[in-house]
Ligand binder design. Sequence first.
Ligand SMILES: *[C@@H]1O[C@H](CO)[C@@H](O)[C@H](O)[C@H]1NC(C)=O
Ligand SMILES: *[C@@H]1O[C@H](CO)[C@@H](O)[C@H](O)[C@H]1NC(C)=O
Ligand SMILES: *[C@@H]1O[C@H](CO)[C@@H](O)[C@H](O)[C@H]1NC(C)=O
Ligand SMILES: *[C@@H]1O[C@H](CO)[C@@H](O)[C@H](O)[C@H]1NC(C)=O
Ligand SMILES: *[C@@H]1O[C@H](CO)[C@@H](O)[C@H](O)[C@H]1NC(C)=O
Ligand SMILES: *[C@@H]1O[C@H](CO)[C@@H](O)[C@H](O)[C@H]1NC(C)=O
Ligand SMILES: CC(=O)N[C@H]1CO[C@H](CO)[C@@H](O)[C@@H]1O
Length: 633
Amino acid sequence: MLLSQALGLASIFFPLIQAATLTVSTTGGNASSPLLYGLMFEDINNSGDGGIHGQLLQNNGFQGTSPTLASYAAVGNTTLTLDTTVPLTSAITKTLKVTVPSGTTGSVGFSNSGYSGVPVNADTYQSYFWIKGSYTGTITISLVGSSSGIVYGSSDITVTSTAAKFTYVTTTFASSQSPDGDNVWQLTFDGSKVAGSSLWFGLVQLFPVTYHERFNGIRADVGNFLEAIGPSFLRFPGGNNLEGASPGDRWKWNETIGPVENRPGRQGDWGYANTDALGLMEYLQWCEDMSLTPILAIWSGLTLGGGIISGAALTPYVDDALNELEFLLGPTTSTWGALRASYGHPTPYSISHLEIGNEDNLSGGCGTYASRFTAFYDAIHAAYPSITLIASTTSSSCLPSPLPSGVWTDIHHYEEPAQFISLFDEFDNYPRTPGYGIFVGEYANTATDSGATTYWSNVQGAVSEAVYMIGLERNSDLVKMASYAPLLEHFNMAEWSPDLVGLDSRPGSLTGSVSYCVQKLFSKARGSTILPATADVDFNPLFWVASMTDTGTYYVKIANYQIGSQNVTVRIPGAEGASEKAGLQTLTGAPTQSNYPLDITVLPVEGFVNGSVASGWTFEVPGYGITVLTVTS
Ligand SMILES: *[C@@H]1O[C@H](CO)[C@@H](O)[C@H](O)[C@H]1NC(C)=O
Ligand SMILES: *[C@@H]1O[C@H](CO)[C@@H](O)[C@H](O)[C@H]1NC(C)=O
Ligand SMILES: *[C@@H]1O[C@H](CO)[C@@H](O)[C@H](O)[C@H]1NC(C)=O
Ligand SMILES: *[C@@H]1O[C@H](CO)[C@@H](O)[C@H](O)[C@H]1NC(C)=O
Ligand SMILES: *[C@@H]1O[C@H](CO)[C@@H](O)[C@H](O)[C@H]1NC(C)=O
Ligand SMILES: *[C@@H]1O[C@H](CO)[C@@H](O)[C@H](O)[C@H]1NC(C)=O
Ligand SMILES: CC(=O)N[C@H]1CO[C@H](CO)[C@@H](O)[C@@H]1O
């Protein structure tokens, strides 16, 4: 106390000069993992249905354990019923019955309000639906402002439907821009032709133009926003959402493939039904289109409170994993490879990494995980020896001892800022075993230092994540991959926050959190070698890592975890021929400042600084700030 008071007094007369010099060696160091930064995805907070997946209508297949008519409304004087007696397929067993009273005239039908509103943009939309019941005439699909009644786009389709079977109808139409997200999709028909009877509708769908224009694809805006991070891998499909409330409720790969009308969907682990329209092949399409290495997770026998399958009972599930791999990797002459080809992908996928389970050290899984892991490991490694297998926990008490050579382990951190600062050196002295690697499969700052939940990623928390990431990158000979989690939320339907990116139905609502900015800054400035970097100050509050690309670009990432700014000189004495002008990207803000939907205030500032190999490059790293220096030669 006395000392700090004395310093406070002294600083009035002698302002503290905060300056540090970093010296980067251009030789030595370790190779960095080329996969280091990537994405972790599971359907949580409607990040899949209602999030990244392109299909915009909610509850279209009445899936999950307790379906209702949620999101539907009558248009005109019709009665809507959830009908379980007129199934579309053996997978989509429930359809919408629209009953039209006798004497009805004019246009009637029903609407769907999407995931808390239908996002309606100046775009081209495709809509699909199935219809059963006697009707010959026009059906109009339109995108309509719920309160305003404004029609932003519509399509008249001539339909001939019979009572004998369901007829598939598709249409494409242009839409103008809605100013808000308060919109519905609407299907109407000539009520006089149905008066006194009913029509049935199944699996209504609406897509904007998708990422890489894929059928049943992901949203272009969300895809481009994630691609901008420059990620290297995608871990999917979970996360807890892999596990199921019981073995029968687990994510089943074979029920997420083929035509969507053959996918039953399931009750997801985050309290809502999953349509599984974003299925195994859609995840891999996403990987192909974004040049991501798939990190495929398979079920390991663990459920969320619904028991654990282990021992001999696990054998069918091991076989199921082998079938999944044959589906993905087998020749078209194999049983499952032929099915893949019939779904339009004759070329085998590329699967180099596979994770066995999710957080098997939790939910009572620790005691049986070593044997469960070994059952999957033995079978998969024998059939596919080149696949890197990843255990879902790093807790050694839950793992086989010794761990088979070449196996990596996953570790998760949801932490307060001070904890991330103390985890900076987590892997500095970690044993290095040839072939072994760490996957930080989930991490995020989720609370303040006093334990209060952080609903929105803020500057202090994001800088603490950056400090942790600097620690990971310094050790990226060992730390092979790291992914922030969760990735995406629908703002109106979130059960876990903060998330990296969010959206709702309003135009422009796609929002990158402060943590998104950090991920992008770090991922976009990656070298292939981590260079030794020394300083005339100790780590904390300043943290740094230096790297070099194969083409001679140097990146120095610096985080300043304190209120005050700090002047830094970076010297790279061996960088002969380096350009004097160096790039400088800086991210900062008030410690509690966040990005909110339609209110983005924290963004990196791009600039540059002149320097030289002789004198170095000198710049100010703001308090609670991150600076990335780019020196090209
Ligand atoms: C950084 O350097 C500038 C220019 O020399 C100086 O004005 C400023 O006070 C320094 N900042 C700190 C935190 O020392
Ligand atoms: C390279 O890795 C070793 C551990 O194997 C570590 O001691 C050393 O500091 C690392 N070098 C750099 C530049 O990170
Ligand atoms: C709606 O239809 C019902 C018959 O199902 C009828 O009793 C009622 O009067 C109708 N309402 C309107 C506003 O036409
Ligand atoms: C999917 O595979 C599981 C076995 O893992 C099986 O129980 C289930 O019936 C299959 N689903 C379909 C639709 O074939
Ligand atoms: C499980 O692993 C997580 C990190 O991934 C750790 O925080 C937690 O303490 C572990 N729990 C047990 C029981 O091993
Ligand atoms: C860098 O140097 C160039 C010319 O050498 C000069 O025009 C420019 O103003 C300098 N920029 C800064 C930020 O010092
Ligand atoms: C906190 C919160 O918004 N929770 C919601 C998460 O989403 C489910 C449906 O997907 C809602 O039921 C929860 O209320």
